[in-house]
Design a protein around this ligand. Structure first.
Ligand SMILES: Cc1cc2nc3c(=O)[nH]c(=O)nc-3n(C[C@H](O)[C@H](O)[C@H](O)COP(=O)(O)OP(=O)(O)OC[C@H]3O[C@@H](n4cnc5c(N)ncnc54)[C@H](O)[C@@H]3O)c2cc1C
Length: 382
């Protein structure tokens, strides 16, 4: 069905992103997967075609675009190419919104030009070895000492944790044990701060080209001017940004499932078994017809949410519904498309194998499917 979100400017931008990914990303992906990360130079290259600065205000060298649709196009084109660039996506669509919303003027002039020209890359560190879904249970602490916050703790599973220059660290700044939510603050830790170390680049099932790291903070003195937003407001700042983060994951799920359908449709036409193409079996046609139908339904939901996000009215519960639906759809569709590849689908040299491995985590990060159901059920008064 025709999508009605995009106009001429979007289409032109989409063309340039598609060409960039075909030339600069797809051929290098196997090398980046082997290295466990993308090279830092990639961020300068994406900045050159305007990707990094899309939403950075013009006075700092960016495009000054408020709409999220251009970001969505970047995510879609990466997915359609059966690629994943998690570090870039998280930097652009999950972390930068915190800076756009909460940075003060001094912080803007310090960091925004680097975001626009690709010299600064960021990540966000919420999850800890002991707590993920229950964000309010985190144990990392920051204690005020003179003009600094003294930060102690450990984070894990941090996307972009190796490549990032700036890490927004969520830390407990209040000791009030009865108020777990109001005592959290966001501190921007910079590369080179004493006591800040990056641990292992974790060995994952999928998303091989994305660095995902353990980070540790041992008496790191973070200057007070690196506090983002208001002290103690961290939890509500996180909640405020979660709808966009979840929609970003839904857009990835949608685009990669669409890529799987295309790969399977092409493959079954070529592959011959029992003297005819796999496409000729009624089972194949029905399976792919079901996939196409599921994709269409999910696309309608994702597009509605993209419009609501731009209008500033996407609720937490609706974003949770979209993430839940599209990521569960992604799992079903990619699994069926892999099945139609037979044994070749299990070989990593076939992109469907990468899609399958990479898809597993979308039902986990950004809040698990179970957590999405909790959010939705709360909105039902349950
Ligand atoms: C590849 C990858 C990248 C990531 N990137 C980042 C990042 O950049 N920054 C960051 O901060 N974090 C990141 N994460 C962490 C991710 O957000 C967490 O893994 C996720 O929120 C789940 O937390 P957990 O792993 O601690 O699981 P747990 O919270 O320990 O969950 C275990 C199980 O319990 C279930 N469960 C939990 N709560 C409930 C409930 N209320 N009701 C029913 N069931 C429940 C879960 O659904 C799950 O099945 C990343 C994770 C991965 C794998």
């Amino acid at each position: 069905m025709k999508r009605d979100l995009f106009e001429y400017d979007h289409d032109a931008f989409r063309d340039s992103v598609r060409q960039f990914i075909a030339k600069e990303v797809v051929p290098s992906l196997p090398d980046w997967e082997a290295a466990g990360r993308v090279p830092r130079e990639l961020f300068a290259k994406t900045a050159e075609i305007g990707i990094n600065g899309l939403q950075v205000p013009e006075e700092y060298g960016g495009g000054g675009i408020e709409s999220f649709l251009f970001n969505a196009i970047v995510i879609e084109e990466i997915g359609y190419a059966a690629a994943t660039l998690g570090g870039l996506q998280v930097h652009l669509s999950t972390v930068l919104p915190y800076f756009f919303e909460y940075a003060n003027d001094e912080q803007k002039s310090r960091w925004f030009p680097g975001f626009a020209d690709g010299s600064l890359v960021s990540s966000v560190a919420m999850t800890e070895p002991g707590t993920g879904s229950d964000l309010a249970g985190m144990a990392t602490t920051a204690v005020r000492d003179g003009d600094d916050w003294v930060l102690n703790g450990a984070k894990t599973f941090i996307t972009g944790g190796i490549n990032a220059d700036l890490v927004i660290v969520v830390a407990r700044t209040s000791n009030d044990v009865n108020n777990r939510r109001d005592g959290l603050s966001l501190l921007v830790v910079e590369e080179g701060m004493e006591g800040f170390t990056r641990g292992r680049n974790l060995d994952k099932l999928g998303l091989k080209a994305q660095d995902t790291a353990e980070l540790s903070f041992d008496d790191v003195r973070v200057p007070a001017e690196n506090l983002l937003g208001k002290e103690g407001d961290g939890f509500s700042m996180l909640l405020n940004n979660l709808p966009q983060e979840r929609l970003t994951i839904a857009v990835t799920a949608q685009a990669t499932a669409a890529a799987a359908l295309k790969l399977a449709t092409d493959y079954v036409k070529d592959r011959k078994v029992f003297g005819k193409s796999v496409a000729e079996f009624q089972n194949t046609k029905f399976v792919l017809a079901e996939c196409a139908t599921e994709l269409e339904a999910s696309q309608a939901l994702v597009d509605r949410a993209l419009a609501e996000l731009d209008a500033g009215i996407l609720s937490a519960a609706d974003a949770a519904k979209v993430k839940l639906f599209s990521t569960e759809m992604q799992a079903r569709v990619i699994d069926r498309c892999l099945q139609l590849h037979g044994g070749y689908g299990f070989m990593r040299e076939y992109p469907i194998a990468r899609l399958y491995a990479d898809a597993r985590v979308t039902r986990i990060f950004g809040g698990t499917s179970e957590v999405m159901k909790s959010v939705v059920s709360k909105s039902l008064g349950l």
